[in-house]
Design a protein around this ligand. Structure first.
Ligand code: ADP
Ligand code: MG
Length: 375
């Protein structure tokens, strides 16, 4: 039975992904309850109701679950016990099993590799000796990544030679790591795939991503890739979403190496590289998540115009508030999204800009010009 407009969606996590999800849900007449430890969180500001409690407060999570009709998430690190308690009361989509696979790099790589999906050669490492062996076996350069709690390049160390492994290990900072080969990629792309409980799937146009210091900087769509690579990327994302039995969204980050693809990582939720869809697609990734989670038919993800997105990090605020009118004066096709975060910390995602244009490279130039004019 679909969960119809008028019903209440519970979302775990109160960041920008939840905020944009809440905007899409409220537009379609749903009620939204947000669960986040921090008061006045980005999602809470646009939700009908905000619950502030720690993610391990099972009692609070159970009360939250009883007040909603279905639960989804935008934050991956909700403890398994909390998710299990919620799942006993209301459906959770995507399932906690999917979440557990995607938020743990080793589970994720074992799932991908074990099902024949292409991943960079990797080893699980529990200490410096195992790291040393992994570097020998794989051959430098490699990247050591924490198995859990990593995002925006945090918990990652590149190792070019075999020295300084003690420092690399302590910089990574977690008891379990994954050491993987550096992939000499030509470009990075991502595909966001939606899947319903009846097995219907639908993908957004692949985006081309540029990262700066491990953090997504820009996404340009369509990606400058061959028709064959585009089709292969979409097929790969659908195959992974099917294999995982995702109900909701699955973002698949990939490296393009010549005409082959290597999967980098998965996220079972809306993704920063899909923000373009809010301004440039018939259906946004947030509305698509809503439809999938509620059991409604998926919307058309078609791209209405080439587009580019540029993130706005807290760094931009260090001298003074960015000059918004000046950025918008660059071109009327420039759009501003701000997440309502009070503290502009270095590296913190505060908002983003998008611009549509005749081609994705023109759109990228435009959005970068707008961002430069902020300072
Ligand atoms: P996060 O969870 O922080 O996004 P990722 O594993 O996606 O972590 O790594 C962040 C970025 O670091 C990637 O988008 C890519 O630019 C670079 N990177 C990560 N792993 C590799 C690799 N094996 N080879 C080359 N570059 C990599
Ligand atoms: Mg990533």
């Amino acid at each position: 039975m679909p969960i119809l407009p008028g019903k209440t969606i519970g979302i775990l996590g109160g960041g920008q992904l939840g905020r944009m999800f809440a905007i899409a849900a409220r537009r379609m007449g749903y009620r939204v309850h947000a669960f986040d430890p921090t008061n006045d969180c980005p999602t809470g500001q646009v939700a009908d109701h905000e619950v502030n409690a720690a993610y391990d407060d099972i009692r609070a999570a159970e009360r939250f679950a009883r007040d909603v009709d279905v639960v989804t998430f935008e934050f991956e690190n909700v403890p398994a016990e909390t998710l299990a308690a919620i799942e006993r009361i209301r459906p959770v989509h995507p399932s906690p099993h999917v979440l557990d696979t995607c938020r743990h790099r080793l589970h994720e790589k074992d799932f991908l590799g074990g099902n024949g999906f292409p991943v960079a050669d990797y080893r699980a490492v529990r200490n410096v000796d195992e790291l040393s062996r992994a570097v020998d076996e794989l051959g430098a350069p490699v990247i050591l990544k924490s198995a859990d709690y990593g995002y925006d390049g945090k918990g990652q160390v590149r190792i070019d030679r075999t020295e300084n492994l003690d420092i690399a290990w302590s910089t990574m900072g977690r008891p379990l790591g994954v050491t993987e080969k550096v992939v000499p990629f030509d470009k990075e792309i991502s595909v966001i795939c939606a899947r319903t409980s009846t097995g219907e799937t639908s993908c957004f146009e692949p985006g081309e991503n540029v990262h700066v210091r491990g953090i997504l900087d820009t996404t340009s769509v369509p990606a400058a890739i061959s028709t064959k690579t585009r089709a292969a990327a979409i097929d790969l994302a659908i195959a992974i979403a099917k294999s995982l039995q995702v109900v909701g969204l699955l973002a698949v980050e990939m490296f393009v190496v010549g005409d082959t693809l290597v999967v980098n990582e998965l996220a079972p939720r809306p993704h920063n590289s899909g923000h373009f869809s809010f301004d440039a697609c018939v259906t946004s990734q947030f509305e698509q998540q809503l439809r999938a989670v509620c059991g409604l038919p998926l919307g058309d993800p078609a791209l209405l115009s080439p587009v580019a997105m540029a993130n706005l990090l807290g760094d931009l605020w260090q001298i003074s508030e960015p000059d918004w009118p000046r950025a918008l004066a660059v071109d009327p096709r420039v759009k501003l999204h701000l997440y309502g975060k009070q503290q502009a910390l270095l590296g913190r995602k505060m908002g983003h800009l998008t611009a549509i244009a005749q081609t994705s490279s023109e759109a990228r130039k435009l959005v970068l010009r707008a961002r430069e004019s902020l300072a």
